[in-house]
Design a protein around this ligand. Structure first.
Ligand code: KG4
Length: 333
């Protein structure tokens, strides 16, 4: 089954052609990050406009690179939430018109289900059940994945996402947006115990996480040092932040895997590219005799192929959407 998939939930416009949920024929992506970097974060109105400018050209590119004609496409898939509502609406409207024009079924895909499915593209042997750690710019959650389309959230951030925490701290350190990768690079030369940073304790659900206290602590630390004219150990601070974020995520991932009886752990989302988190996951999974799947870096961030992968499995167990399909800024997994 050949699926033409669209992703436009944030600041990447992406169109891909995927066969049977596992084989990527093309994956065209246009990032707007440079544009948003001028403002230190994503400007939703600009994101929507840039998606409109890019989506038709990327569709031609994806079909051309896949070497398939429009008539060969079996279904059209699109991210319909969660994300920036204006940005999502561009993808949803475009996908609806393509599906209508081609007379093909329309498959709505949850963005985070897509991030998890990125792993199916990289690892042909991977099948549910497993425990997924989904960490991106807008979400941080632990997902009990029982089947390709049967899953539930068992722990989530109560406030900021891990990626948001990296991005905001990067901004006070004067690093470019998005700050996760520059923070990761800066941390390479630093000592992770240079600064004592807070770890959260969430009462009533010990699998839930919190990042806002850490973010505020680091922002205050930097501002205080600046006011007093004190030098900051920037690599040390970046390494200490990565350690604090990893401490928030990795032990909870191990506990969730144990509690829900999983022998396999899967990482997903842009923050899954972080070298400290990857290292800690590898060590902890080894200690706990868990099999770990870490997506290759190119499949961590937003892309259309992951949407095409998940869409295949959605198509096997749900009827196609009709032309009333809407986009949703928040959406249950
Ligand atoms: O999954 P993604 O591309 O978009 C969303 O769906 O949100 O994730 C983007 C996030 C940004 O916050 C970015 O700073 C972060 O992923 N990120 C990283 C790294 N690479 C990207 N965070 C930490 N370390 C990295 N190496």
């Amino acid at each position: 089954m050949l699926i033409l998939a669209f992703e436009s939930s944030c600041d990447e416009t992406a169109v891909a052609v995927v066969r049977d949920g596992r084989h990527v024929l093309s994956d065209a992506i246009l990032s707007q990050a440079d544009m948003h970097a001028l403002y230190g974060g994503v400007v939703p109105e600009i994101a929507s406009r840039k998606h409109i400018e890019a989506i038709a050209g990327l569709t031609d590119q994806a079909l051309r690179e896949a070497g398939v004609g429009r008539e060969e496409i079996d279904a059209v898939a699109v991210t319909y939430g969660p994300g920036l509502i204006g940005a999502l609406l561009v993808g949803v409207s475009f996908a609806k018109s393509v599906a209508y024009a081609l007379g093909k079924p329309l498959i709505p895909v949850h963005h985070l289900r897509g991030h998890i499915a990125a792993n199916y593209l990289a690892f042909p042997e991977l099948e549910p059940p497993f425990l997924a750690l989904c960490i991106s710019g807008g979400n941080s959650m632990l997902v009990d994945v029982r089947g390709y389309t049967d899953m539930s959230i068992v722990g989530a951030t109560r406030d900021d996402a891990a990626g948001e925490c990296f991005d905001k701290i990067a901004r006070v350190l004067g690093l470019p947006y998005p700050g996760g990768k520059p923070m990761d690079d800066l941390a390479q030369g630093g000592c992770d115990t240079a600064y004592h940073l807070p770890r959260s304790k969430v009462t009533d659900c010990d699998l839930d996480m919190s990042f806002s206290g850490l973010k505020t602590a680091v922002v205050n630390l930097v501002h205080n040092a600046q006011q007093k004219g004190e030098e900051i150990d920037r690599p040390g601070l970046a390494a200490s932040v990565a350690a604090a974020i990893s401490d928030e995520l990795v032990p909870r991932t191990m506990e969730a895997a144990r509690r829900f009886g999983h022998h396999t752990v899967v990482a997903a989302g842009g923050v899954a590219a972080n070298s400290r988190i990857r290292r800690d996951l590898q060590r902890s999974c080894q200690e706990n005799h868990l099999k770990l799947y870490l997506p290759p870096l190119r499949l961590c961030g937003d892309n259309g192929a992951m949407i095409g992968s998940q869409a295949y499995y959605e198509s096997l167990c749900q009827p196609a959407a009709d032309m009333t399909l809407n986009a949703y800024a928040t959406l249950e997994i």
